[in-house]
Design a protein around this ligand. Sequence first.
Ligand code: IPE
Ligand code: IPE
Ligand code: MG
Length: 235
Amino acid sequence: MDPNIPNHVAIIMDGNGRWAESRGLSRSEGHKAGAEPVRTILKAAHREKIRYLTLYTFSTENWNRSKEEVDNLFTLLAKYIDQETMELLTSGVRLQGTGDLERLPAEALTALRQAEQITSANTDLVLTLALSYGSRAELGQAARHIALKVADRQLDPASVSENTLAAELWTCELPDVDLLIRTGGEIRVSNFLLWQLAYAELYFTDTLWPDFGEADLIAALKEFRTRKRRYGRAG
Ligand code: IPE
Ligand code: IPE
Ligand code: MG
């Protein structure tokens, strides 16, 4: 693996609402505009030989937004997935969802499950959409599963280690994140991949998600190459 290329890039796609508001448009128009950079960045990531791309699409806390905004987001998502599935299939991208997916509206969940199935044999790039995702919820359910296995005597409590916990995460099949990008100007992680980010390089940009383009991704990758990853060792 080339250390100059992040194996796993995760993106907090923030700023759709502000992008729309600054143009006098509705927040939903902002989310709609946010679909285009997903296409562009996916293509560019593929070309740059990134193997895992994980997009924070909807958080556990985003359920607290208005019903109108939430409904609209999931309608857009279902449409996007349906439109893109064949392109994903032919371009070698495997799509999957992660999060508390059972909470998704039926239409969005059906579109996701269909696309997951259709693209399941692809191996070039794994595109993961974090949907109804929150790290604390993910860690909470992992702890619950471990407790149940212990109570059921399937698991010796003395053997529980960080690997046991990692294996119970929704994202257990994903490698650790190498590069986290957040658009929209906030310098926080908002309950995204807290465990998986342990040694990720963090990159924040003021660019709002609908304006984020290929050149912005290339700039983040360039910055990544300048970082010295020490993992606690002496430099
Ligand atoms: C990110 O954009 C998309 C989601 C969280 C679903 P926002 O909707 O949070 O946009 P801002 O932060 O209000 O500009
Ligand atoms: C993070 O953005 C969630 C997604 C991008 C899906 P938010 O807009 O929800 O984050 P906060 O509320 O500013 O922390
Ligand atoms: Mg936001």
